[in-house]
Design a protein around this ligand. Sequence first.
Ligand SMILES: [Zn+2]
Length: 282
Amino acid sequence: MEENIFIDDMYHNYFKVYRYGGKGKKVLIISGLHGDEYSSILATNMLIKNISGNLEYNVSIIPIANMGAFLYRSRTSPYGGEDLNRIFPGKRNGSLCERLAERIFSIAMENDIIIDLHSCGFLCIPHIIALYKNRKDVVDLTKSLNIRYIVESIGTQGQLMTESLKRGKTSIIIEIPSGFGGYIQEKYAKEVSDGLLNFLNGRESDVEHIFLGKIEKVRSEKFGYFRPLKKILKNREVKKGEKIGKLDDEFIFAKKDGIIISTHFPSYIFKGEIIYEISEKF
Ligand SMILES: [Zn+2]
């Protein structure tokens, strides 16, 4: 069943919800809170196309939560520039974007599990962001998905995941590699989409999960031409002191043992920009 939800009858301030009956818990799968994260939107659209079989869950899917931002190929809302994923639970009498957040949040609260799909950078690896250390429900959910890396995070105030967790819901974020201006990395979108369908059909994940601590963002100490080493992009596990890339003629080294969640793509890097992100094994 497909339903259009308009916010105040404004042309682009609406989203679609696709609902599929199932016998178990209620699950919301949502993407496009950030309008230009097209890999995650493709993953959700693939899921809608392929969803079949006896579902273990009662599923609602919102593929493009922030239609205005989607049409503008923009992360944030073109109506006032707000970041939709920083203003949950939203406000019934607030700005256009706050009212949109309020409607999405009220649907989220009808569910037991909320899976929010996003896109990380061009050279990141697919990963789950989850508050897993003290939440068995969250750990169980991550283990049922086919994504290897799970990063610990309490999230940020106003995020759908964070605000849902506060209200006792089971909630995670899935990050899928993407790129600028809506560049899509289809291979990863398909991988995540297939994994979600697997989960909804109640089949177990055959992935060996690796639980990681918080992501540390390492910033460049100076300006220069950065390029990551090919071997790091293939094998993300590094030891302290291992070479990650080159900045002009100098090597950049891993500052600790861990998994390289993302590196900057080959480009000029300015002092203070993130050069790589690393997370230690838990
Ligand atoms: Zn995002």
